[in-house]
Write a protein that binds this ligand. Structure first.
Ligand code: ME8
Length: 503
């Protein structure tokens, strides 16, 4: 099977922060999981470069827009590379390969009449570059719900997208396929707003200079940045070699930009007569130390802070924290230093680190490093149950749930050490076969844990497998998750703590 996952393409008016790293890391985990399942994966991220705020922030710095966009797009690429993110491509909307496709699609819509020239007057939120419907503008007292600045009454001749035509098809889609927009609360919000009515939307602006993509055949009009941006998901794979990946299986994003992805984008695809994505998943926000992250509070978890965490706790610990305690689902999550350290110490150093260390140390000490064979498979049923739950949770994007199941197996195996007390068995020669069995059950559970955790902590998975004396490379997940895969007689490798404890 193929699996195509996307992240939003990020604005290049500033450098990346934890929010960007988060969505891209979650997409990376899904991509790695699907590669493990043997799927043909395409994982896309990139940058959204034609926003007016990119032009403005370049002017403030005395740079050309292209220079400023280049610098920041590079910062995103460098950050993602440094964090080991496995995206298959990085699309920049200023690249010709994207611009050409945008013109092609808008041209198609002009032909069918789904895009037409008209006049628009409404309340414009300059910071967000979007018009608010009258009722929303009133509700927010004619101020931006995002930055509090007054909305501007604006009138312009524009090209419009015939969104009104797609209200019924969109509702039908969401009713028939409840998984199309997730989580459920977000889906309900979107459906409620569609039922309130959909107007046609302007998709061009005038007088914005050369930065941006022109309407084909009408150089006075520049295509609105959101329309340009959404198209990246299709433009990048609309080539003979890559079109097999379309439609995307999951568009990952945060709730701030759900409307564009759940309504405008599928309506555009309907108009273009292209297959629709499998799912639009809108996660919540990271806040920091209990407060919304903001420039003025200076509490952004920025690149410097991310680097510090990676240097001190390791990249995989950061990935684990993001996946296990991040805002996938309807709620926001708090990036709190104390919580991070406590998760690191208890779940990683104490539970996982100790289990691996105890199991392998005992095999080294009591069996000269050779994995013994077992006549009883005490942990098999628990392990199989966890593997099944894990796979089900991963497929439904419940990474927190998958890791909770995984942790359950770590805890079960640690308790098994207490219950069976191998250090006592080792002193009783007549219990030799029993000790063999206990050590095998532990080693085999450690092997399974290394497979399950590979998408989230690829480096740690590799280390566990090296210490266990099996190849770092993982085969197909079906085979790897079958109990009994660890061959008796194998030799464990050199042991080292996986997670040095921190105070
Ligand atoms: O909206 N918590 O770009 P953007 C979690 N260019 N995720 C966060 C976050 C937070 N506090 N802050 C940002 C845009 N994100 C458009 C998108 S797509 C066709 C165009 C993540 O740079 C989250 O994924 O403002 C959010 O949707 C995205 O960054 C917004 O990035």
């Amino acid at each position: 099977m193929k699996f195509y996952v996307t992240t939003p393409i990020y604005y290049v008016n500033d450098r990346p922060h934890i929010g960007h790293v988060y969505t891209t890391t979650i997409a990376d985990i899904l991509a790695r999981y699907h590669r493990l399942c043997g799927d043909d994966v395409f994982f896309l991220t990139g940058t959204d470069e034609h926003a007016a705020k990119v032009v403005d922030s370049a002017v403030e710095r005395g740079l050309t827009t292209q220079q400023w966009a280049d610098q920041n797009a590079q910062a995103f690429q460098d950050t993602f590379a440094k964090l080991g993110l496995s995206n298959d491509d990085f699309i920049r909307t200023s690249q010709p390969r994207h611009k050409d496709k945008v013109q092609q699609y808008v041209g198609e819509l002009l032909k069918t009449g789904d895009v037409y020239l008209g006049e628009y007057e409404g309340w414009y939120d300059a910071g967000q570059e979007e018009y608010l419907p009258e009722n929303k503008a009133k509700e927010y007292e004619y101020k931006s719900p995002f930055n509090g600045k007054p909305l501007v009454r604006k009138k312009e001749k524009n090209y419009f997208f015939r969104l009104s035509k797609y209200a019924e098809p969109l509702l039908k889609l969401m009713e028939e396929n409840p998984r199309f927009v997730q989580p459920d609360v977000r889906r309900n919000e979107v459906m409620k707003r569609i039922r309130e009515g959909l107007n046609d939307v302007p998709i061009t602006r005038t007088g914005v200079g050369e930065w941006g993509i022109k309407v084909p055949g009408d150089a006075e009009h520049t295509i609105y940045v959101w329309i340009d941006a959404l198209i990246n998901y299709l433009s990048t794979v609309d080539t003979p070699e890559r079109i097999k990946y379309w439609p995307a299986d999951v568009h990952l994003l945060a709730k701030d930009i759900l409307w564009f992805h759940a309504v405008i984008w599928p309506a555009m695809l309907m108009a273009l007569k292209r297959p629709l994505p499998g799912q639009v998943y809108a996660h919540g926000f990271w806040i920091a130390e209990g407060q919304k992250m903001s420039k003025s509070l200076g509490n952004f978890v920025d690149l410097e802070k991310i680097d510090r965490h990676v240097a001190e706790y390791g990249l995989d610990s950061l990935r684990y924290f993001l996946a296990a305690y991040g805002p996938l689902g309807a709620n926001d999550s708090d990036f709190a230093e104390a919580k991070f350290i406590s998760v690191y110490n208890s779940e990683l150093a104490n539970d996982l680190g100790n289990l691996v260390n105890r199991a392998l140390t005992m095999i080294t000490r009591y069996r000269s490093g050779n994995v013994p064979s077992a006549n009883q498979m005490d942990l098999q049923a628990d392990a199989e149950r966890v593997c099944a739950v894990y796979q089900q949770k991963m497929s439904s994007l419940d990474l927190g749930g998958a890791l909770e199941a995984w942790r359950g197996l770590v805890t079960r195996a640690n308790r098994y050490v207490e219950e069976t007390a191998p250090f006592k068995l080792a002193k009783q020669p007549e219990q030799s076969a029993r000790l063999d069995a206990v050590l095998y059950n532990l080693a085999e559970t450690v092997r399974l844990l290394s497979v399950l955790v590979a998408p989230v902590m690829p480096g740690i998975s590799r280390q566990i497998r090296e210490q266990l004396g099996i190849g770092e490379k993982i085969g197909g997940i079906g085979e790897e998750l079958r109990w009994g895969g660890l061959v008796a007689g194998g030799k464990v490798g050199k042991l080292a703590p996986l997670f040095p404890r921190k105070i």
